[in-house]
Write a protein of this length. Structure first.
Length: 133
């Protein structure tokens, strides 16, 4: 494999992984969030309902992110890098929110809940900088 071909595979594989994860996450939200929320949040029934509704509202965004990642596997390498950069930039405020959430009493979720997001971020950063031209 040439270095260009290897770089292209690295980006494409990262986009498949991130896109697949986001798409799967959206489907899990749509079909299982009502059973997941009580395990993650320690709050009143009204708070649980708000958390469920919030996640239903976020599911289409995760689906769009996932599909963009998956469709981008067919883009040219520079466009793929831009998609990865968008994921990297988008993850930064998300990690700020995770940090804030981790200190709240209403959260039962620990750092292990966010490991898949950390992995996707690391994949995006690795692929983005590995293919820098």
């Amino acid at each position: 494999l040439s270095s260009s071909s290897a770089a292209s595979m690295c980006i494409r594989d990262s986009l498949y992984a991130i896109g697949g994860y986001c798409t799967l996450q959206s489907l899990i939200i749509l079909f299982a969030i009502e059973s997941i929320v009580p395990q993650v949040f320690n709050t009143t029934p009204e708070g649980m309902e708000i958390a469920i509704l919030m996640h239903y509202g976020m599911a289409p965004a995760f689906l769009m992110m996932g599909l963009i990642g998956l469709f981008a596997t067919k883009f040219d390498i520079e466009s793929q890098r831009k998609i990865l950069l968008a994921f990297i930039i988008g993850y930064l405020p998300l990690f700020g929110a995770f940090y804030y959430f981790s200190g709240l009493e209403v959260m039962n979720a620990g750092i292990e809940t966010f490991v898949p997001d950390f992995i996707c971020f690391a994949l995006a950063v690795f692929a983005y900088f590995k293919t820098k031209e």
